[in-house]
Design a protein around this ligand. Sequence first.
Ligand code: SDX
Length: 392
Amino acid sequence: QTGKFTYDPGFTSTASCESGLTYIDGDEGVLLHRGYPIGQLAEQSSFMEVAYLLLNHELPSSDELAKFENTITRHTMLHEQLATFYRGFRRDAHPMAVMCGVAGALSAFYHDSTDITDPKQRMIASHRLIAKMPTIAAMAYKYSVGQPFLYPDNKLSYTGNFLRMTFGVPAEEYEVNPVVEKALDRIFILHADHEQNASTSTVRLAGSSGANPFACIAAGIACLWGPAHGGANEAALNMLHEIGRPERIPEFIARAKDKNDPFRLMGFGHRVYKNYDPRATVMQKTVREVFEALKVNDPVFEVALQLEEMALKDPYFVEKKLFPNVDFYSGVILSAIGFPTTMFTALFALARTVGWVAQWNEMISDPEQKIGRPRQLYTGPTQRDYVPVGQR
Ligand code: SDX
């Protein structure tokens, strides 16, 4: 019942791959996952249901969803030896550095699910990665604040479990706040997949050689960390705090337009969207819900709203079609929930693991797939003869 998109030959020739997971129309601000609009998924679905959709092409029945959630839940624990792995890090290590190291280290633990020619083993590796990323991220946070690691609690939802492992302590019961759980689950949905962005392309390129899937995800985490990509959510909130109050916004907009100033408005602009990022729309609405529910009155949201309003009226941003992207508001919500800015990109990586493994699976299951080999335009010297050092 679904139609097919057609592309002009120019686009077809530059595309890096064919994929059926996510469709983006950057001019119209459209984002579909297997045909379903991101706004509908964010409002009506759950992160686990979207994970199932991306991995298995269709939305699950209630039985299929229950079975999938049970499978994921049963893989949430980490091998005990990995807990000692954390001891090798400095306490003040950035959580993304820790996640990159621990995700890569998983490739040393799971030999039995890396026969990537076997679809069953590929799915086991995918389930393990989706299940363990919240545990890895929560442990990175706990290690940084010197608190004990908490084991997963299988009675909780995927997102509720992550909240408890992050903010719970052994000394007392942890109550999952349903508003926070719903908001965070929606944020995970908004970050699940985004076509061939830099980190997903990294995972695909690494995976195209037949490399261990856990090591490929570590490569994706490394790429996502950059401030031009997933690191922008941390940078965006730091920028909003630096602006501090609405009166200082014009100064920062002027800096963002000044070609001699490397400063850019973090959380603004996008390589593909030349319209409003549909994820930012949902994110802004979620800020309002969380602020109301938690009675947050942090002026940073007001600064964000006024910055967006002023920038979208400024000819520079209008002409260059620069709009807020997914990272502009996410930090405001995550900070209100209680995450330190250093954990923002770690949460992005947690959610994007679903897209990374789904894209990796799609690529590896294609019998025609070949190792990636981007070409270059050579700009160096033409051939010349070697000159012995005594004659140079
Ligand atoms: C993500 O690819 C994905 O899908 C990524 C992502 C995902 O889900 O995986 O959507 C997640 O990474 C979102 C982007 C997060 N990054 C930021 O918010 C960092 C700030 N944004 C910029 O660094 C920038 O917009 C990029 C990196 C996102 C895109 O950079 P481009 O490709 O250079 O942007 P562009 O070609 O559209 O820029 C056009 C012009 C340029 O000026 P000129 O050279 O034409 O004079 O706009 C300027 C840029 O300098 N520009 C900005 C700007 N972003 C672009 N000027 C000021 N502030 C900005 N934020």
